[in-house]
Design a protein around this ligand. Structure first.
Ligand code: MG
Length: 248
């Protein structure tokens, strides 16, 4: 069942979303060659606590950190640790918080110093696929209108969308129905209605869409070691169109 949120609930989700956006903004300024992913996690956790919010990922199915840090061929769910960022890396940071009982969830891929033209194109295409998908999050459309828009744009640009991981409904739980795939047929899937809130999150690879999980049981990497990028927003479907909640 897809849970419809009241305007009051969406206002709380706006506050949670703003905190998430602030974290990503803070981290973007700290990302430079030499910093470790664990240091980024510490910065994120400190900020979350300062806002009286809770890190949603910490302890989730045993995940040991407040953010996911996924570099280069890592797709999602990378664990922060002693790895130092190197000039030319791309790093995807995914962060979720709960605030007053409601969740916000967003991700962004950042460049570390100067990056390759391919990495730049991958980041641009992934971000734009998300923004194009969000435009389809309007009452009366079907869910897979979002999915198809993302897939079509990504594939037109020569990249692939990850199949094994998808976006999700979000509210008083981090993961609610429905699943939000980044591929699918237009006109299919549940009818979108005012009051639905979705975390839309394309994961895009330069090569094959196939992925595998490393021995740490968390880190998902591309099978062909190609680059991967990840952008995500929490989006409310309102009468007059979509509103991105994970924004400053
Ligand atoms: Mg998510």
């Amino acid at each position: 069942m897809i849970i419809i949120k009241s305007p009051q609930e969406i206002e709380l989700m706006r506050q949670a979303g703003r905190i998430v956006a602030q974290i990503l903004s803070h981290l973007s300024k700290a990302i430079k060659p030499g910093i470790t992913t664990a240091q980024l996690d510490t910065l994120a956790q400190r900020f979350i606590r300062s806002q009286h919010a809770k890190p949603a990922f910490l302890g989730y199915h045993g995940f040991p950190a407040s953010i996911c840090t996924s570099l280069n061929d890592e797709v999602v769910h990378g664990i922060p640790g002693l790895r130092r960022l190197v000039e030319g890396d791309i790093i995807s940071i995914d962060v979720g918080v709960s605030y007053k009982g409601y969740f916000g969830d967003a991700a962004c891929t950042f460049p570390v110093g100067t990056i390759s033209p391919l990495a730049r194109k991958l980041m641009d295409v992934t971000k734009n696929s998300l923004l194009r998908g969000i435009k389809k999050a309007v009452p009366g459309n079907h869910l897979y209108d979002i999915s198809n828009t993302i897939q079509t744009f990504v594939e037109k640009n020569g990249f692939s969308v990850v199949r094994n991981y998808v976006g999700h409904g979000i509210g008083s739980a981090m993961h609610e129905e429905p699943q939000v795939p980044n591929f699918g047929l237009p006109g299919k899937g549940p009818l979108l209605q005012e009051g639905m809130v979705l975390a839309i999150e394309p994961m895009v690879n330069t090569g094959t869409w196939e992925v595998k999980t490393l021995d740490d049981q968390w880190t998902v990497v591309t099978r062909d070691k190609g680059l991967s990028a990840h952008f995500e927003h929490t989006v409310a479907i309102l009468k007059n169109g979509p509103e991105i909640l994970t924004t400053l």
